[in-house]
Design a protein around this ligand. Structure first.
Ligand code: SF4
Ligand code: SF4
Length: 373
């Protein structure tokens, strides 16, 4: 039997939607949320998706089941004021340095404040437990920008099955952090960066190395190589609407742009990916011949490798000993390019642009260093 409810005076059909929020979004009404993600468990903490259910009062749409003949209103004056107060309270407890924040212009809190027409925050700015954790090469955590939506905590636990982050303390002193308030570097984090991807604010962001690269480019003694991952050129192609298969249309433009910036040589990481595959095939055949450990597992993802090392150490002998394409590129470039360019090896800088935060960690893994490089 078909089920209907009334939404803003209009009759709406619904079926197997698990919450009012899903029904509302299906109707293309943009109800804001911070803590709701369809792939995660329902948390119901941000209170932004409050709607009026006639006869029942103001309820969170994310955790209310749709019922036949329900009458709901999504944007009454009272609801808009509630939403505004929620965002103002979050802003009052937020490190509001938008001009220097890495997430500026893509921050959900900033966007929502603008959309709700918030020009002043009526509450005093109060900050607790602000901590900037720069302990890892991959990510920076800034608790002064955290709005406690819990997205990172649930993503890390429910999807990545790591559980490196959790809530500590209570009430206004609540904070999201690794267990025992440790730094991320000392936690089980595999640097996959999924917490940064779902964080609506600048509270977890990939660590930027842009200044270091500009520094190298402006040092006349240095020769700077750069290599681009295929996913990066495909993404650039998509963002700029260049078309072409797998970013091929963008490739030439990217090379020109990088050369204009001052890079001496530009590579496509596909070339070292081929070397990785050839080496892995050789290793596999060698293992078969020597009756060595099989199956042999390989992955170019340093987060996956760290995950195996931490949680499935019994499988470490099954991992291929070959480096990832980024690792191959770094090693080969350092071996060959100083001679090609006629420079001492200390003056060679090797940069890679990858779609991955864990690659920043991989680039400094001591196991991948040779003679201190
Ligand atoms: S980087 Fe990955 S493992 Fe580390 S805290 Fe974030 S989601 Fe968890
Ligand atoms: S760090 Fe980001 S994702 Fe995690 S609770 Fe804070 S605001 Fe939400």
């Amino acid at each position: 039997m078909e089920k209907y409810l009334t939404m803003n005076g209009r009759r709406v059909l619904f079926d197997s939607e698990k919450s009012l929020l899903e029904v509302i979004r299906k109707e293309n009404i943009e109800l804001p949320t911070f803590c709701y993600h369809s792939e995660l468990s329902v948390y119901g903490s941000c209170r932004l998706c409050m709607v009026e259910v006639v006869g029942k009062g103001i309820l969170p749409a994310c955790s209310t089941l749709p019922e036949s003949n329900m009458e709901i209103k999504t944007n009454t004056e009272q609801i808009m004021e509630i939403r505004k107060i929620v965002v103002e309270l979050l802003l009052a407890n937020h490190y509001r340095q938008c001009t220097t924040c890495a997430k500026s212009e893509s921050c959900k809190l900033q966007t929502l404040a603008r959309r709700l027409g918030i020009e002043i925050v009526r509450f005093k700015n109060v900050l607790h437990n602000e901590l900037k954790d720069t302990s890892t090469y991959a990510l920076v955590r800034d608790t002064g920008k955290c709005i406690l939506c819990g997205d990172c905590v649930r993503f890390c636990d429910e999807i990545q099955s790591i559980g490196a982050l959790g809530f500590a303390n209570r009430g206004s002193k609540s904070v999201v952090c690794p267990s025992f308030g440790k730094e991320l570097e000392s936690s089980e984090c595999v640097y996959c960066g999924q917490c940064a991807r779902v964080c609506p604010t600048g509270a977890i962001v990939p660590k930027s190395e842009i200044s270091a690269v500009w520094g190298a480019l402006s040092d006349t003694r240095k020769k700077v190589l750069i290599s681009i991952a295929p996913a990066v050129r495909a993404a650039i192609s998509e963002v700029f609407g260049l078309g072409g298969e797998n970013g091929t249309e963008a490739a030439g433009k990217i090379v020109t742009a990088l050369k204009s910036m001052g890079f001496d040589k530009v590579f496509d990481i596909s070339f070292s990916a081929d070397m990785t595959i050839v080496e892995e095939a050789n290793e596999f055949l060698e293992r078969i011949e020597k009756n060595d450990v099989i199956p042999m597992f390989t992955s170019c993802c340093p987060a996956w490798v760290k995950f195996v090392e931490q949680y499935y150490p019994d499988f470490i002998p099954n991992l291929s000993t070959c480096r990832s394409p980024q690792g191959m590129y770094g090693a080969v470039a350092r071996r060959i390019m100083p001679e090609v360019l006629g420079i001492p090896k200390e003056d060679l800088i090797v940069v890679s642009v990858m779609p991955c935060t864990a690659k920043k960690y991989e680039a400094r893994r001591p196991q991948l260093a040779k003679n201190g490089i």
